[in-house]
Design a protein around this ligand. Structure first.
Ligand code: BES
Ligand code: MN
Ligand code: ZN
Length: 488
């Protein structure tokens, strides 16, 4: 797995600054004020920082971004990256500033002169999150930055605050690796093996194989995978850090490749369907973070791992399948497979664990991208309190999330001539009808959220805290929700 860069925190050493190698980052607040460490750099460089902070360019610069002063006189460093950041930045600004440092041209070895900025840990968090590269399949190394050191006023305190953030960074990287991995590598077998390996971290991991899934009656999940040579699996991950109350449940769609099945997708863009396990990827990343930071909460993560392929054994359009719950489904489109996987996994999770609340994540519909683009995940819920708590957590982490409607009015679109419901009902409100379908497998007494992450799991451009590709959207928001709900 991609390991985060190591960041160490050291006490300020004014005399060491002139001899620092590689790149040095300094902070300048929007009013032009600089701390003692930046003042030292200013003096060594004969006033370059002050001149920059008085320039038009500085006025126009967005907070949390910077410019590189290359090969400054008076210093051994190759460059000084001057970042505009207020003395009391928001969490989002501080992380953005750290991220800007991670991608400053040729960052290499980096020393960040933070001094007394109160968001030092968040600066390191942004730096670590943005310094991600997926080079598992590159024959030459592509990483720009190897490690960083931060000069901060209270290194032990900052290191303590950064500890849980480092656990989150690892969880996010675990998710990103899973989502970026091609489907010939990340088969259902490989995915399950990566999850089983997390037992070393103290997670309880159980892999349920096809024969057992058949006994349990998870026929809709098995139907999706029956055209693939990779066996379908359900993996249950448990973290018991919080006494004996019922767990909080996370459920993920893990379609390792979605060809559409017999209702096959068009060729253009089909390669992106390697990311159709994004929901399961986020669940796995959250579970990893919970274990790494030794969370005081009981959480169960359940993922359905299948591959949707066309084959002589594949399910056909028109097939009728009885779900584990007992409701029958007419499969009028084999490309609406995510809801078939989730129907059984949601039901199984409630039957076995009677969770206090349940959140599922899925790259469920292309339609959610039409509605919300790549800025927000769709949030569907049967419970206003839980939903508000989640939206608050997502906002605090700057992970876009927007509530979308569920309603009995959408439910009637699911009517089938031959079965209790059909799995696909055309374009109008396609994301809400998908949510409505899932809700049929949620007990009314279970507070529940469905997160449609089709638009946010993978991006074709760089974002603030991630390079192009998998984002790990949701790992931070869900971890925050769990810590707000159970640990404060
Ligand atoms: N995995 C797709 C949804 C998707 C689309 C994810 C684009 C990420 C990017 C899902 O299984 C699917 O194919 N959904 C269909 C549903 C339709 C057949 C009712 C869709 O959105 O077109
Ligand atoms: Mn599909
Ligand atoms: Zn899919």
């Amino acid at each position: 797995m991609t390991t985060p860069i190591s960041i160490n925190f050291v006490a300020p050493d004014i005399d060491a600054i002139s001899a620092l190698k590689g790149k040095v980052a300094v902070l300048v607040s929007p009013d032009g004020k600089i701390d003692t460490l930046a003042r030292r750099v200013n003096r060594l460089s004969k006033g370059a920082i002050a001149r920059f902070s008085e320039s038009d360019e500085f006025t126009k610069l967005e907070a949390g971004t910077g410019v590189m002063l290359s090969y400054p006189a008076g210093m051994e460093a190759d460059g000084v990256f001057i970042v505009k950041l207020s003395k009391r930045p928001t969490v989002t600004e501080a992380r953005k500033a750290g991220a800007a440092m991670a991608v400053a041209k040729g960052a290499g070895a980096l020393t960040v002169l933070v001094a007394g900025n109160p968001k030092a840990a968040d600066i390191s968090y942004g730096l670590a999150l943005r310094a991600y590269t997926f080079d598992a399949h590159k024959t030459a190394e592509t990483a720009e930055i190897r490690g960083a050191s931060m000069m901060v006023n209270h290194p032990e305190e900052v290191a303590a605050a950064a500890g849980p953030m480092a656990a989150l960074t690892e969880g996010v990287f675990f998710t990103r690796d899973l989502v970026n991995e091609p489907s010939n590598v990340l088969t259902t077998e490989d995915f399950a093996a990566r999850l089983a390996a997390m037992q070393e971290l103290g997670l309880d991991v159980e892999i349920i194989e096809e024969a057992e899934l058949a006994k349990l009656g998870m026929r809709t999940l098995l139907a999706v995978g029956q055209g693939s040579t990779s066996p379908s699996k359900v993996v249950v991950m448990r973290w018991n850090g919080g006494g004996d109350e019922a767990p909080f449940a996370l459920v993920g769609k893990g379609v390792v490749f979605d060809s559409g099945g017999i209702s096959i997708k068009p060729a253009a863009g089909m390669e992106d369907m390697t990311m159709d396990m994004g929901g399961a990827g986020v669940v796995s990343g959250v579970m990893r973070s919970l274990a790494l930071r030794n969370a005081k909460a009981n959480v169960v993560g359940v993922v359905g791992l299948v591959e949707n392929m066309p084959d002589g054994d594949a399910m056909r359009p028109g097939d009728v399948i009885r779900s584990m719950k007992g409701d029958t489904i007419e499969v009028n489109n084999t490309d609406a497979e995510g809801r078939l996987v989730l129907a059984d996994v949601l039901w199984y999770t409630q039957e076995r664990f009677a969770p206090t609340a349940m959140i599922n994540l899925a790259t469920l519909t292309g339609t959610i991208i039409i509605g919300l683009g790549h800025e927000n995940a769709g949030v569907f819920s049967n419970n206003d309190d839980l939903c508000d708590d989640f939206l608050k957590a997502a906002k605090a982490e700057n992970e876009g999330a927007w509530r979308m409607p569920l309603s009995p009015a959408y439910d009637k679109l699911l009517k089938s001539r031959v079965a209790d419901m059909k799995n696909s009902c055309g374009r109008p409100a396609g994301s809400s009808t998908a949510g409505q379908f899932l809700q049929r497998f949620v007990k009314p007494e279970t507070p529940w959220i469905h997160l449609d992450i089709a638009g946010v799991a993978l991006l074709s451009t760089d974002s603030d805290l991630a390079p192009t590709g998998a984002t790990g959207w949701g790992v931070r928001a869900l971890d925050r929700l769990i810590s707000d709900k159970f640990e404060d």
